[in-house]
Each structure stands twice: as C-alpha cells, then as structure tokens.
Design a binder for this molecule. Structure first.
Ligand code: FES
Length: 112
C-alpha cells in the first residue's frame, strides 16, 4: 500500500550525480568519489542552507566510458575521469565558488 504522505525536501542549490558503475570505470572508482564527496561537502559547508548541494549515486549515467563520470545540475555540466584531485577542484571551484572547472568538462546540457 502506498503512503499518501507528501514528501518534503529542503531547498538546494545544486545536485551532483556520481556514476558508480563498472562500464565507465572497471574498478568502480565512482564509489570512492561518491564517498569522498560527502566529506568535502561537509568541509566546505555545502550540506545545509542556501548553498546546499544534494548528491546521488547512480549505477549508470549513460556514458559508459572514461569514468568516473560526475554531472552537476542545474548547469548540466558533465565531468569525466574524475580523480580525487579533480573532485576537490569541482567542489571548491564549481560547487563552492560557482566557477565551472572548464578544462575537465566533456559535455554540457543543451539549453532551449
Ligand atoms: S557505467 Fe558509468 S556511465 Fe554507464
């Protein structure tokens, strides 16, 4: 039986999707990236308040090569080959300061 409760969610500024699948990275290194992301968001004060960043782990983001793959919305910016060092830059430069890490972007969502 489905609950009739209406879900509630705190406002957030950005949503980060991390692929933890094995097709884009055979070692599933996205799992390490996803775990580290939590501590970086906490360190940078991005877990609560108006700059809150949500994070989600996905088994596949439909890219399947060059992982780990990380996507940031609402910008629709996609990063490939995300190492722990690149993740640090994404958090500090993009999520915290609002400057996309241009040299690591491989795709952008097409705006209508
Ligand atoms: S398995 Fe990572 S994008 Fe498909």
């Amino acid at each position: 039986m489905q609950s009739s409760r209406v879900p509630e969610m705190e406002p957030y500024a950005r949503h980060v999707l991390v692929c933890s699948g094995s097709f884009c990275n055979e070692n599933r290194a996205g799992r390490v990236i996803y775990a580290r992301l939590a501590s970086l968001l906490q360190r940078e004060g991005l877990l609560f308040g108006p700059t809150r960043v949500k994070r989600s782990e996905a088994p596949c983001l439909g890219v399947c090569v060059g992982g780990p793959i990380v996507a940031v919305y609402p910008e629709g910016v996609w990063y490939a080959g995300v190492t722990l060092e690149l993740l640090e830059r994404i958090v500090c430069e993009h999520l915290k300061a609002g400057r996309v890490v241009e040299d690591a972007v491989f795709h952008r969502m097409t705006a209508e």
